[in-house]
Ligand binder design. Sequence first.
Ligand SMILES: *Cc1c(COP(=O)(O)O)cnc(C)c1O
Length: 494
Amino acid sequence: MPESLDRRMRRPSSSRLSLAPDEMRRLGYRVVDLLIERIAGLEQSSVWTGAARSETERLLREPAPEEGRAADEVLERAVRDVLAVAGRIDHPRFFAFVPSCPTWPSILGDFLAAGYNVFQGTWLESAGPSQVELVVTDWFRAWLGMPESAGGLLTSGGSAANLLALVTARESLAEPDAAGAGVLYLSDQGHGSLVRAARIMGIPPSRMRTVATDGSYRLDVRALAETLASDRSAGLTPLCVCANAGSTNTGSIDPLPEIADVCARERVWLHVDGAYGGFAALTAEGWRLLHGIERADSVALDPHKWLFQPYEAGCLIVRDARALGRAFRQGGDYLQDVQLGLEQVNFADRGLQLTRSFRALKVWISIQVLGLRAFREAVAEGMELARRAEAHIRNATHLELLAPASLGVVCYRYRDPVMALAEEELERLNERIQDEIVSSGYAMLSSTRLRGRYALRLCILNYHSTWDDVRGVLERVEETGRRLDAPLLGQRPG
Ligand SMILES: *Cc1c(COP(=O)(O)O)cnc(C)c1O
């Protein structure tokens, strides 16, 4: 660094909050080293480290220190006692919930955005960053095949995107009088964040309809049409139909074209929750599977899932971007300087947050550096691994497929083909298998319930995961099941 720059950074104030440039640089490099060490050692580390509240209290409970401590010691302690006591969501054998594995350029993007202290609420305060958010959301729009009139914003995640979508749907109702009485339609595989959004919006359970799904966990379009018709004839106003483009449970994709037909006929807002699955549109196969998504009035996406971005990064794309402004724009005398004309977008007018971080930067940097092709290949690879997992499960004598691979998800369980265990026994056994594998640190697994049946669930989205990782987990489930099953059977009467 040129000396003049160093001199400029040595501010005249003597605030205790500022560090000398050399110290800043040293600590910054230290953090980079810590992160590289972590990422390089991921595979060798345990996939999950949990702790009871009593332990974490003992480690961390203390009054805020009045005087500062040595930064290296604080960093070391943060790594050892805080950051290490958690799941390693980007471990190649983390297959629970919905994993995430950010790329290095995207991590640097978050670092840069924080360091530049971007206020991404108004154009006045962030013209360049706001333009990048326009560009990135427009990339997403194009990937979904939505018209150029569509636009959106980045959010904290899919939950926020879903909430904003439902509010936008309500504020866009042709009959504003009905805004307080609209009915919401979800499939029985709909994400819990939609139910929570409804609660936040004050939509009571009496105005929510859970529409059944078929044998493949896809929304039953006829049941939807009937429910809509019966609500209409009861004088109710449909508010929004929520369809899944990758349900969290099974990865199922609702029949989007048929649902879009129903919504067009009934003039009802169609929201597609693609938080987990939407970025499959980057691949040829995913694009085919998601056909119809381009007809949605709004789509929720989660770049922090299948676009390999660090938390937090969600996104809402709305077919008519102006609907967002109508739903959320709000004045404030102290903001009178920020209206710079229609061309300039104030992202604060499109959602919940006034102060917003520059989430688009990480997406933009990572795609610029790595190229979109690398992302397409990584998504396709996840889908391919899920398909191979399904084939492996079908061929394994002691595994039972409960839902075929869809996008990156497969559901299955251990089951002895000969011993007819009762459902509760199977559940207890599979729970124990999962507990044992998780506590061994080898892999992180999670379960779900499909039509009441306990299911183990693999969600494969990590570009570090290989077939050996997936196969290793499936083999371990089978082995563990056989071992646990034997004494269990011994205890059985007769
Ligand atoms: C993850 C997920 C959400 C919630 O998104 P967050 O980013 O966790 O807030 C909503 N819907 C689906 C289908 C999801 O997979």
